[in-house]
Design a protein around this ligand. Structure first.
Ligand SMILES: CCCCCCCCC/C=C/C(=O)SCCNC(=O)CCNC(=O)[C@H](O)C(C)(C)COP(=O)(O)OP(=O)(O)OC[C@H]1O[C@@H](n2cnc3c(N)ncnc32)[C@H](O)[C@@H]1OP(=O)(O)O
Ligand SMILES: Cc1cc2nc3c(=O)[nH]c(=O)nc-3n(C[C@H](O)[C@H](O)[C@H](O)COP(=O)(O)OP(=O)(O)OC[C@H]3O[C@@H](n4cnc5c(N)ncnc54)[C@H](O)[C@@H]3O)c2cc1C
Length: 627
């Protein structure tokens, strides 16, 4: 078979140990073993099939998601899966659902912002799924501006309770995932009011629905906010709307690690920075960076395998056309994305370490690295999600017409992925936070602090920082240049962490060589993309720039024979890729043809509606023709 032979021949060209590269990509032999075993468990379970998703109505789609979530939970219990294995299973089920927010936000919030006592009360309930929680921060009128939230939590000393209320339409909670139809509880962010004084935004655990009949509790109005981008995609998630009409909760349901309210209604600030109220967002942003490398690698795997199977023009002496992966234009679009996937993987590993390090320091009341953790998670979340969203779309285009078919897996991947540029912090708003951090950092240079990083990339950041920003009325008015400086700073981090990765012990024949090539491709691609910045720094000359470009092109030739092996190293099952174009066996054309007939439109040869609408036209034309 053409496609199969092509991929088999490509795999025989590999100049490195693919099995060892799989370990590098997974992070360790242990994580490779777990992800390999769990991904195959999911792939072989018919309940987790994904190919019908785009053909279901919203209600059937959602009910099917609930069925999958219940089955996943049942398998986790039956197989006694560890937390790590359970997380892998939810990842490979590959369907946005309330479980993501229960495990990925509700539980981390209680762990990060609850007192020991509150953790002991609520975590066992959450871990055993006796309650299902969501993270209700964003409102109809405010998402980016957390300090602008309007929901109120007013302390009532008479009853030792907080009264949770939605005073305006714009204070309606709006967007929280899992809120619309499933969650029984939420961490609700609202303004703490004591004795008519506003003490700003805090988190409160609020029960939303009865645990007996799932009906909303008194004073609670709750529902789904409606269809989102794409047909299947994120519509498996019940992003919800929630309003409170003076709902009372016990005082001990305010998350009190950061600040406490005493029985007398006195606010006591603990010794941790108030920004810990934002801690869950930092946690999720670092996770999103790893998720970006997964989503981008998935799209690149599909586009790379298809580029090796697809032949177009360039008839060769053996009578067959040229593989499109051999065209320099295809390589110059595809290989930087392949390099970016690896680059984001490694910076995601580092960010996970940074996040754990910050948390360990917090335990010892060392808050010194919190600002850097915030800036890095915010900036890298912004950089990697924007690049990944653009990269998935580029992979769709790299697959030509067939990339636009749902059976390619790319439209669905794009539709599910792109809100990552918005949720957990709009990407521009987050870059502004990085810019603010850079301004503070630059102002401290010379006081013993020296910038670190690769010279050329460092020079670019410094140059971009020589722009104008003005502080007006306590609100930082940042020029767009500073946002570019923030992007440059994050790209510097990505390149630096890739270089650091290469300094580690990297076993396996040829593995380090391939990673060095990918690191150089990423660094030179970014240099080429932002050449104006780099030339304006004076760190490189036009001659050096053209040498760098030539080097980039020669690196593409170096990667070309290894491209299929480099995407095989992601170790994705065909189920996870859910793409006819990205099949491991390359058997594309027969499968594309087979998939077409599965579409419900092909259930009948003559389509519904022909008799009512088309036949009369044709008949009329026929009559006209006879007249
Ligand atoms: C896993 C499963 C996946 C599951 C998959 C994921 C599914 C999707 C789920 C989506 C969930 C969501 O979207 S949840 C909702 C997400 N929402 C957001 O991300 C909102 C974004 N907005 C914000 O974070 C804030 O409003 C922000 C923009 C930072 C501005 O905050 P403020 O106005 O309070 O503060 P500022 O005046 O800007 O800054 C005051 C100081 O605090 C610092 N600061 C600000 N934020 C900080 C932070 N997070 N940590 C530390 N420090 C911080 C600043 O650097 C300043 O420090 P100094 O300079 O030293 O004073
Ligand atoms: C799929 C999805 C899932 C979500 N899940 C959750 C959830 O589970 N829980 C939850 O609480 N929230 C959730 N959200 C909400 C999400 O966190 C917010 O939408 C996000 O933080 C962006 O805020 P916003 O909508 O207010 O955007 P806005 O801030 O209104 O953005 C609009 C435009 O204004 C610009 N802008 C805003 N402020 C500035 C500024 N100071 N300077 C320059 N430009 C600015 C932005 O860059 C953007 O271009 C979800 C959203 C989506 C799409």
């Amino acid at each position: 078979m053409a496609g199969f032979d092509d991929l088999a021949s490509e795999r025989s060209k590999a100049q490195f140990d693919v099995e060892e590269m799989k370990v590098i990509w997974a992070g360790s032999r242990h994580t490779l073993e777990v992800s390999d075993r769990i991904s195959r468990l999911v792939a072989n379970d018919p309940v987790f099939r994904k190919d019908t998703r785009t053909m279901l109505s919203r209600k059937d789609l959602f009910k099917n998601t609930l069925r999958k979530a219940a089955h996943a939970w049942k398998r986790i219990i039956e197989l006694r899966l560890s937390e790590e294995e359970a997380a892998e299973l939810r990842f490979y089920v590959d369907e946005p659902a309330f479980m993501d927010l229960h495990w990925g936000m509700f539980i981390p919030t209680i762990k990060g912002q609850g007192t020991e006592e509150q953790q002991q009360k609520w975590l066992p309930l959450a871990y055993k799924m006796k309650i299902i929680g969501c993270y209700a921060q964003t409102e109809l009128g405010h998402g980016s501006n957390v300090q602008g939230l309007e929901t109120t939590a007013t302390f009532d000393p008479q009853t030792d309770e907080f009264i949770i209320h939605s005073p305006t339409l714009t204070s309606s909670k709006w967007w929280p995932g899992g809120l619309g139809k499933v969650s029984t509880h939420a961490v609700v962010y609202g303004r703490l009011i004591i004795d008519s004084k506003d003490y700003g935004v805090n988190g409160f655990i609020v029960q939303l629905r009865s645990l007996d009949d799932h009906l909303p509790l008194p004073g609670i109005t709750i529902g789904d906010i409606g269809m989102k981008f794409g047909s299947g995609a994120y519509n498996t998630m019940d992003n919800g709307v929630l309003r409170f009409d003076h709902v009372r909760i016990p005082r001990d349901q305010m998350l009190m690690r950061v600040s406490q309210v005493t029985r007398e209604g006195k606010l006591v600030q603990s010794n941790v920075p108030w920004q810990l109220v934002y801690g869950t967002m930092v946690y999720v942003r670092q996770k999103i960076v790893s998720d970006a490398s997964c989503a981008l690698s998935r799209a690149v795997c599909i586009a790379t395998r298809y580029s090796a199977v697809r032949r177009q023009f360039g008839l060769q002496s053996n009578g067959i056309e040229t593989q499109v992966i051999d065209y320099k234009t295809q390589q110059s679009r595809l290989f930087p994305l392949l390099a970016s996937a690896y680059a984001f993987r490694f910076v995601g590993e580092w960010l996970k370490w940074l996040y754990m390090d910050v948390n360990q320091r917090l335990q010892a009341s060392d808050f010194s690295t919190l600002p850097e953790a915030h800036a890095c998670t915010a900036g890298l979340k912004s950089l990697t999600t924007s690049a990944t969203a653009d990269g998935i779309e580029e992979c769709r285009k790299l697959c030509g017409g067939h990339g636009y078919l749902c059976s390619s897996g790319l439209p669905e991947l794009f539709a599910v992925y792109i809100p990552a540029c918005t949720y957990e912090g709009d990407n521009i708003v987050l870059l502004l936070q990085v810019a603010r951090f850079l301004i503070k950092t630059v102002s401290q240079l010379g006081s013993g602090k020296e910038p670190v990083g690769t010279t050329v990339y460092m020079g670019r950041v410094e140059q971009l920082m020589q722009c104008h920003c003005a502080v007006q009325k306590g609100f930082l008015e940042l020029s767009a240049d500073l946002v570019q400086a923030a992007v440059a700073h994050c790209q510097l981090i990505v390149v630096s962490k890739f270089i650091e990765k290469l300094q580690q012990d990297i076993p396996g024949k040829g593995v380090k060589g391939q990673l060095e090539a990918l690191c150089n491709i990423y660094a030179l691609f970014i240099l080429h993309k932002h050449l104006g910045d780099f030339l304006s720094t004076g760190c490189i000359t036009p001659k050096q720039a053209s040498l760098a470009n030539a080097q980039l092109r020669s690196l593409y030739s170096q990667v070309r024979p290894n491209a299929i092996a480099l995407v095989d190293a992601f170790n994705y099952t065909d189920h996870y890729l859910s793409s006819v174009l990205g099949r491991y066996d390359g058997n594309v054309y027969p499968k594309l043809y087979e998939e077409a007939w599965k579409d419900p439109l092909n259930d009948s040869v003559v389509p519904d509606g022909y008799q009512e609408y088309i036949q009369p036209i044709l008949k009329q034309q026929l009559r006209n023709a006879r007249l």
